[in-house]
Ligand binder design. Structure first.
Ligand SMILES: NC(=O)c1ccc[n+]([C@@H]2O[C@H](COP(=O)([O-])OP(=O)(O)OC[C@H]3O[C@@H](n4cnc5c(N)ncnc54)[C@H](OP(=O)(O)O)[C@@H]3O)[C@@H](O)[C@H]2O)c1
Length: 241
């Protein structure tokens, strides 16, 4: 196993199913983690688990719907220690399975803000903190490629994230940093269980975490600008710049 103890990784959405799987895997690999989420209780639970297994981390409570909180996190990271290797943006909001007519304005705003607009502000405020040979991994969704009925806003926000990730990759090209977009298919987490009650049939979140570990340790086949699907435990490249 490669020594990753010098790597510093920011995971945004670290208290969720896929986020916590990534945190466990990267903590086991020895990286230093900055774990951010708005769910204080679940962030504490994952923090306690990592403490017991001697993981190295700090936690931050952040509401990604508020760009000022993203800016504040970037400022505090800048003061506390310089560079970050990878920012993994895994937070997401899906709302209910509803037609646009049924959807509440709050739910529409939340999905757009968490799934897409927060990626803009994270990129804006965090890019200067990212080391060369590191970068950003945005966790999108297969819904951003093949939209789902009754999930129009969720699908559109993820399609926007895919496009934004590739535009960012073009901006990063001359800097040595990368921006990679991973689109999971249905995955066994609380988010899937909330919308379809069939989570257990689907891939384990660790399948996404494994790919993130490869990106961090340099053994992934993915490169700057790639959009890749991870579905039914299989990885398939869908777009390469
Ligand atoms: N599970 C799937 O089937 C699936 C499939 C395709 C793509 N994805 C994507 O994969 C990513 C992770 O999903 P998951 O299944 O692990 O979902 P999850 O368990 O709900 O995790 C998402 C995390 O993001 C947090 N979050 C939501 N709004 C936030 C905000 N305003 N500020 C800070 N944190 C916020 C959530 O907290 P709360 O739970 O308290 O809101 C949760 O801890 C998401 O981007 C999702 O769209 C998931």
């Amino acid at each position: 196993m490669k020594d990753l103890s010098h790597k510093k990784i920011l995971i945004v959405g670290a208290a969720g199913g896929i986020g916590s799987a990534i945190a466990r895997r990267l903590a086991n690999a020895g990286t230093f983690l900055i774990l951010a989420d708005h769910d204080t209780k679940r962030l504490k639970t994952i923090a306690n688990e990592l403490s017991r297994s001697k993981g190295r981390f700090m936690t931050n409570i952040i509401d990604l719907q508020n760009p000022k909180e993203i800016e504040r996190l970037a400022e505090s990271l800048k003061k506390n220690g310089p560079k970050i290797d990878w920012l993994i943006h895994v937070a997401g909001a899906i709302g209910k399975a509803e037609s646009i007519a049924q959807q509440s304005p709050t739910s529409i705003t939340t999905m757009w803000a968490v799934n897409f607009v927060s990626a803009i502000y994270l990129t804006k405020y965090m890019s200067a903190l990212l080391r060369k040979n590191g970068g950003i991994v945005n966790i999108s969704s297969t819904a951003g490629i093949w939209p789902n009925s009754r999930f129009a806003i969720y699908s559109a926000s993820k399609a926007a994230l895919n496009n934004f990730s590739q535009a960012t990759a073009k901006d990063f090209a001359s800097t040595g940093r990368s921006c990679i977009c991973i689109c999971p298919g249905p995955t066994n987490t609380a988010m899937r269980e909330r919308i379809a009650h069939d989570a257990k049939k689907h891939q384990n979140p660790d399948v996404v975490a494994r790919e993130i570990e490869k990106i961090v340790n340099g053994s992934s086949t993915l490169r700057n600008g790639d959009v890749v699907v991870i579905r039914d435990n299989k990885k398939k490249l869908v777009s390469r710049l």
